[in-house]
Ligand binder design. Structure first.
Ligand code: PMP
Length: 358
């Protein structure tokens, strides 16, 4: 073993060494339907106005550490009650990390249903927390009984619930979630990354529970490149988290750029509606393909099962279409693929390639 390898093995924590970095596929020139992005761009004159607003940003200065203007715009846009505080992250990924850093420590655990968003588990490993996974039912519904038993046994500091769930696309039953919140001794984070497409939220119920937080992101509604995650909750909790948030985590271009976009609600709303219409069309088309099983979706993506996901994935790639291959991720996702809703013509290209590939 070389001296460098020895040094690395000595100093890098074993829990980090055994991790595999989050894999982001290189889409090259392919039609990119793997990452739940909004495929639409803006009309030219709006883009010009946006660029002008960005041009006025003084990048020699640090950003507004409190990002007050952006928070005000988000409060209005997301209907965040005045009684609650808002904390921002460099994407909701950063908020997931920050929450775990705040509650982590020897013996502390994070719990989430599985399959769900992989970062809950990856970040737990990175910050040295034990991760407890509770299987969803075969239908991908939340198993409220199994969740409550596991919560009782493990006393998790944090429970993450993606609502709607990624990668399954469904919304868990509200009563099952109420049972989980009531059974949890620690915090429950409802991750509403796909709320623009489900239109359902727990935001208005935050006041009701002492241990509830709601997380959102601008990524899926068309601003993935800006990296902005939003956490809403009771002031007493958020004041604690603020102590470990890096002071300038939201850069000036994001603050100005996102606030500008939020002023154009009509445009975002129109794009979301169009994605929802396309979602229904793609679901129906998938249902008509022999050998394809489609799962219901309240998101901007669709989970479907084919006979041989690896082969279909490769064939789609050869046709210039990149989806997400979930085969092998967990037994529950055997032979599953996930496709993000793209532009009408992109969805058509995907569907006709799939007819050939499946
Ligand atoms: N939560 C869920 C459920 C997600 O699917 C994702 C992205 N795939 C995120 C959070 C992270 O989003 P971002 O960091 O872009 O805000």
């Amino acid at each position: 073993m070389g001296a460098l390898t020895k040094r690395i093995e000595h100093w890098i924590r074993p829990s980090v060494r055994t991790l595999r970095a989050y894999h982001v596929a290189d889409a090259g020139n392919m039609i990119k339907l793997d990452a739940m992005e909004n495929p639409n761009i803006w009309p030219g004159e709006l883009e010009q106005a946006w660029l002008q607003a960005l041009g006025a940003v003084q990048i020699n200065r640090y950003p507004d550490a409190r990002a007050q203007e952006l928070k005000d715009a988000l409060r209005t846009y997301m209907d965040i009650p005045a009684s609650l505080d808002i904390m921002l992250g460099n994407g909701s990924d950063e908020l997931i990390q920050l929450l775990q850093l705040a509650v982590g420590g020897p013996g502390r655990k994070v719990l989430a249903p599985t399959p769900s968003f992989v970062m809950y588990e990856m970040i737990a490993a990175a910050v040295g927390m034990e991760f407890v996974a509770v299987s969803l039912r075969d239908s991908f519904d939340l198993d409220a009984h199994a969740m409550c038993v596991a919560i009782e046994e493990h006393q998790p500091a944090l429970v993450f619930i993606a609502w709607p769930n990624n990668p399954t696309g469904n919304l868990f039953d509200t009563q099952a979630l109420e049972a989980v919140i009531e059974a949890s001794p620690g915090l429950v984070v409802i991750d509403e990354a796909y709320q623009p497409f489900s239109k359902k939220t727990w935001m208005s119920r935050l006041d009701q529970y002492d241990n509830l937080l709601v997380m959102r992101t601008l990524s899926k509604m068309g601003m993935a490149g800006l990296r902005l995650g939003v956490l809403a909750g009771k002031r007493a909790w958020l004041q604690e988290f603020e102590k470990i948030r890096l002071p300038y985590n939201i850069n000036s271009l994001t603050q100005t750029g996102a606030a500008f976009v939020l002023e154009h609600q009509g445009l975002i709303g129109g794009q979301i509606e169009q994605i929802c219409v396309e979602r229904q069309r793609v679901i129906e088309a998938l249902q008509a393909i022999a050998g394809v099983k489609v799962y219901p979706s309240h998101t901007n993506f669709i989970l479907f099962r084919v006979e041989n996901a690896d082969t279909v994935f490769m064939r789609l790639k050869q046709s210039g279409i990149l989806v997400k291959n979930l085969n092998g991720v967990s037994a529950a996702l055997d032979s599953c693929l996930r496709v993000t809703i793209g532009l009408c013509k992109e969805n058509d290209a995907f569907l006709s390639a799939l007819v050939q590939a499946a």
